[in-house]
Design a protein around this ligand. Structure first.
Ligand code: SF4
Length: 176
């Protein structure tokens, strides 16, 4: 029997952005820019909080946590999904398709919004069947934005440690 999930309060708020972009965006492509705003936010936020966005704020993550447990077979996903080369390969693939499609719009704002919407729809067409066949969050194991956040989080953590060591060094130097 599939496990039921209640989701966090923040996820219940954010989940509504998912149909708004993926369905509403098909009729009003400018809604795709909401995805751009979210992407910029998570890139900056990940430096300080790694994948906090994924567990608390991502609209698709909220959908996968709240809705998918009712439909999933809850089977383990292949270990391939967690391999570094696979995850970065998917990241590279998505980014090159994304950038080439954006470039092809020639700067048309509505068409650019449509590219964001279509990326949301395409990734959902992968995430939802995977969530049903495997675990609800199977997609999140190799989602390009998840991979990016994880790396930025590690960079941020290393940088903060480095700054702390430097601060301690100068503190010790000043009192000796
Ligand atoms: S891994 Fe991707 S889809 Fe999953 S919660 Fe994070 S950003 Fe959202």
């Amino acid at each position: 029997m599939a496990k039921k999930s209640k989701g966090r309060r923040s996820q219940w708020i954010m989940i509504w952005f998912y149909p708004l972009i993926a369905i509403g965006g098909l009729f009003y492509p400018l809604l795709g820019y909401l995805m751009l705003v979210m992407m910029l936010f998570l890139i900056i936020y990940a430096y300080f909080k790694a994948r906090y966005w994924c567990g608390n704020l991502c609209p698709r993550g909220a959908f996968l946590d709240i809705v998918m447990p009712h439909f999933t077979r809850d089977r383990p996903y292949p270990r391939l999904f967690t391999r570094k080369w696979f995850r970065w390969g998917i990241f590279g693939l998505f980014m090159s398709v994304f950038i080439s499609r954006l470039t092809a719009t020639g700067g048309n704002l509505i068409a650019m919004g449509g590219v964001f919407v279509s990326m949301c729809v395409i990734t959902s067409l992968i995430a939802i069947p995977l969530g049903i066949a495997m675990r609800p969050r199977a997609w999140c194991a190799f989602c390009p934005m998840g991979t990016l956040q994880e790396s930025l989080g590690k960079i941020g953590q290393r940088q903060r440690k480095h700054n702390e060591v430097k601060r301690l060094f100068w503190y010790c130097a000043s009192v000796t």
